[in-house]
Design a protein around this ligand. Sequence first.
Ligand code: PHE
Length: 470
Amino acid sequence: MEKKRLASFSGTLGFVLASAASAVGIGNIWRFPYLAAKDGGGLFLFVYIALVITFGFSLLITDIAIGRKTRSNPIHAFASLRKKFKFVGILTFMVPSIIITYYTVLGGWITKYLAVYVSGQGATASNGDYFSNFISSPVSSIVFMLIFLAITALIVFLGVEKGIERFSKWVMPGLIVIILGIALYSLTLSYTDANGETRTGLQGLAVYVIPNFEGLTFSRFMEVLLDAMSQLFFSLSVSMGIMITYGAYVKDEVNLSKSVTHIEIFDTGVAFLSGLLILPSVYVFLGAEGMQSQGAGLMFVSLPKVFDAMGGAGAIVGALFFIMVEIAALTSSVSVLETVVASVMEMTGKSRKFISFLVAAVAAAGAVFVCLGYSVFYFEVIVPGASKPGQLLDVLDYISNSLMMPFISLMTCILVGWVIKPKSMTDEIEKSGHKFHRKKLYVVMIKFIAPVLMLLLLCQSSGLISILTK
Ligand code: PHE
């Protein structure tokens, strides 16, 4: 059977922006700053950056090179590199299929807050129970999820160049401008609380960037390392099939090594700026305790309180903030949906339009269950590593991010490092005629260091380490 011609990005810029748009997501905003504050400020930043240019670089370039070399969806890509590794492809296909069902629910929450802030009602969102009331109201959370999913599906429906690439080119510069603007503003803040204590944005900045080595032991350092690694891993969208899919759309003449460096600068830059935006303002209005919140609690409970405390400016800052988060979340969910759609298209041979519609409908059905996990199907479970009970969304997040992704990554390192050998990838990377400067580093990383780190991460996130050390 003749293979259908694949879609492609128009050039390097489109590819880099679309991949950066996938990488820049909610994780950059609601987890990176928290980890930095928890893990010794500048110490965490240093460890994270060291990992970005070694470990992250190797994993990301591998996914993209696998995509470009095989020019196919993740399932087929792994099978065509080695038949026995088809199971890794199947797992890789399952990851975005799971993620799409809960990422759209998070997207729905963001869309709701965007609507509330843009319509000038931000003050109501700062009330203590507003968030829990919203997520436990089935109709409203489903409606906003559907809106978010419909926008995602529309972009995927329009195709790689006309949808994904064009959308990323338009919105990503906007995201940078907004985040820079609010970050600068947050550095100028200062506030005197009821006890007469004055806190400034610059003090919050100091907690963020100055390395804090207090109480640094070997095990504490390992904690910092593992936190940085798991964050980086999630942030770069590797091991989800996304970068394999996007890699398949990259032209042969594109310099992969340089593009990956640019994607990483973008992703890390946005993560760093999110810290500049969030930590000083949270510190000023909520004190050091406020810096301990992360995830949904940070975005939907703590930050609305911060915006409220800013007075008049808070309404504008809040609205801009949720516009920015909406962009970050949308472009990531587009990349997840695209991965599933591209795989199903290739497997069935049906048109993009039909498959986009079909996959979105199935994803919507799954996401409805996730929404109802806070009301009709409410249950509480503590997944390994969590400090408080979670619901269906947390369980899905745990299975995909903490178990499947590190396992896939470990298998990918074994496949590339030991079975088909790194040369198969370095040849692909050099196919464009550009020299691959970090080739030696890449080979050492993919053969030795990355698999060991991945195994460690897998043991940690599956709860094995804490069981053993108890
Ligand atoms: N990399 C994104 C982030 O940091 C996460 C993500 C992207 C999740 C794509 C799923 C799919 O938030």
